[in-house]
Design a protein around this ligand. Structure first.
Ligand SMILES: Nc1ncnc2c1ncn2[C@@H]1O[C@H](COP(=O)(O)OP(=O)(O)OP(=O)(O)O)[C@@H](O)[C@H]1O
Length: 258
């Protein structure tokens, strides 16, 4: 399988604290990966470094062979690595449809001058953008909310909107930080089905941080387990489930409860 992302020995120090202490991974196209671990294990810090929000203290990241270590978030997004945040970051007072249209602007092909002058090419692009945005809303099952204000949506629908928004930017790799947080079991199950469909339709890769083990085990083909800034185990779900280090550090309770 062609390699999409290669991460070598990524580290992040925060004033003496080694939040991430040597994270290495190889992600292939069209695969779904999980990143699990106890609170404070360093998972979000890894995603922050991969998406350019934080500059690594050491290590390197290559995306389709191009080095992107320490690049700015907008450049990384333009290459096709798009992320969501643990806490929703929507444009609250703007319509659902416009939120997604804004997300799609990353790969816009018209200039700002054309946009200001309302030129034909801009209007055509705008229509295409709207069509694409509606398509993404349908994929996430929230098209009925298109004209509503983003902050008027139920929480679960807002989470879906975040994903619809980054999908509109034509990603090759989605980085999802706890996409099932705050969802009820039924909504989580639906999210799993939608993400599987999205992966098939767009042939993209997904790396997701998630505490809900049902979501992780049913969605991910390969899992990285972290504790105290390091990878303590990696492999297919059945390997991770049985790994003594993972059970001790993290899964013990979740496994008993499953
Ligand atoms: N900007 C920062 N400045 C200082 N310390 C930080 C910063 N960001 C994270 N940390 C610390 O780094 C460690 C790893 O945090 P991180 O958020 O990556 O963990 P996590 O695995 O995502 O945890 P959770 O599951 O609770 O979200 C924690 O000890 C955290 O307090």
């Amino acid at each position: 399988m062609p390699e999409l992302l290669t991460v070598n020995g990524l580290e992040k120090n925060f004033k003496g604290l080694k939040a991430v202490n040597g994270f290495s991974a190889k992600l292939s196209e069209n695969q779904i990966y999980g990143l699990i671990g106890t609170n404070g294990a360093g998972k979000t810090t890894v995603i922050n470094m991969l998406s350019g929000v934080l500059k690594p203290s050491a290590g390197s990241v290559f995306f389709r062979g191009i080095e992107i270590t320490g690049e700015r978030p907008d450049k990384i997004a333009k290459l096709g690595i798009l992320r969501t945040y643990q806490n929703l970051r929507l444009f609250k007072k703007v319509s659902v449809l416009q939120n997604v249209m804004i997300g799609a602007q990353i790969d816009k092909s018209y200039s700002n001058i054309e946009a200001i002058l309302g030129m034909t090419r801009f209007r055509q692009e705008e229509r295409k953008l709207e069509e694409k945005a509606l398509n993404m809303l349908e994929l996430m099952g929230i098209e009925d909310y298109a004209k509503e204000r983003a902050d008027s949506l139920p929480y679960g629908a807002q989470r879906k909107l975040e994903i619809a928004r980054i999908l509109a930017a034509s990603p090759k790799l989605l980085l999802l930080d706890e996409p099932a947080a705050g969802l009820n079991p039924q909504e989580s199950l639906e999210l799993v089905q939608r993400l599987k469909k999205i992966r098939e339709e767009f042939e993209l890769a997904i790396l997701l941080i998630e505490h809900d083990m049902k979501v992780v085990m049913s969605l991910c083909e390969y899992i990285y387990a972290m504790a105290a800034g390091q990878i303590i185990a990696e492999g297919e779900p059945k390997v991770i489930r049985e790994d003594p280090k993972v059970i001790e550090a993290y899964l013990g309770r979740a496994k008993k409860d499953a």
